[in-house]
Write a protein that binds this ligand. Structure first.
Ligand SMILES: N[C@@H](CCC(=O)N[C@@H](CS)C(=O)NCC(=O)O)C(=O)O
Length: 209
């Protein structure tokens, strides 16, 4: 049994989607970041960076923060969603790192300046929207002639998909990136993705372009 500490955000949804895909039993615990619950001392013991998501695997005694590390752990624990060795494994890790260091942080900053702090900095709004668009272009070229980011559906797709599901928030016209749109809509139809998206609670249906 895995305890998942999460909220209704892209980084949280990565982990609930992976758990649903893998069919691992888990209990979701809501950490409402709008009410600063991520700063509670009990949560900080497993997530010292005061951010969701985090997990505690009661079977192995391992606790982890950082969504990328959690995805690698779940893939290794089950032998699924990432090749066990060889170039294919590093390709998945390569694109997982691309999401963790690029798409997530840049789109996240776009959300901050376009929504939470709208009007505070025109320069920042422009910079992060342009960076998000550049990253969509990178993903679109990667998906040209490919169904998934690596050879098969993997944690690289699961890491990027919830961020792309916020395309409206970062003002990117997903229809301008036909390979991303095709990939996004195909993954959106997966039952595990539909279940994982609504953890820890329903906020809205999955946006569809
Ligand atoms: N690199 C971290 C980022 C986690 C992160 O930024 N989580 C956000 C929600 S998506 C959060 O907990 N924010 C709370 C805060 O900013 O205090 C990961 O991928 O797990």
């Amino acid at each position: 049994m895995i305890d998942l500490y999460t909220w209704t955000t892209p980084n949280g949804r990565k982990v609930s989607i992976a758990l649903e895909e893998l069919g691992l039993p888990y209990t979701a615990h809501a950490v409402d970041i709008g009410k600063d619950e991520q700063f509670k001392p009990d949560f900080l013991k497993i997530a010292p960076n005061n951010r969701i998501p985090a997990i505690v695997d009661r079977d192995t005694g391992i606790s982890l923060m950082e969504s990328g590390a959690i995805l690698i752990y779940l893939a290794d624990r089950t032998g699924r969603l990432m090749p066990k060795e060889g170039e294919g494994r590093y390709r998945v890790i390569e694109w997982l790192m691309w999401q963790m260091g690029g798409l997530g942080p840049m789109a996240g900053q776009a959300h901050h300046f376009l929504r939470a702090k709208k009007g505070v900095s025109e320069y920042s709004e422009e910079r992060y929207v342009n960076e998000a668009k550049r990253l969509y272009g990178v993903l679109d070229r990667r998906l040209d002639g490919r169904d998934f980011i690596a050879d098969e559906y993997s944690i690289a797709d699961i890491a990027s998909w919830p961020w792309v599901s916020r395309y409206e928030w970062h003002n990117v016209d997903i229809n301008a990136f036909p390979n991303v749109r095709r990939w996004y809509t195909a993954i959106a139809k997966r039952p595990a993705v539909q279940r994982g998206y609504q953890v820890p609670k329903h906020t809205r249906d999955i946006p569809m372009p």
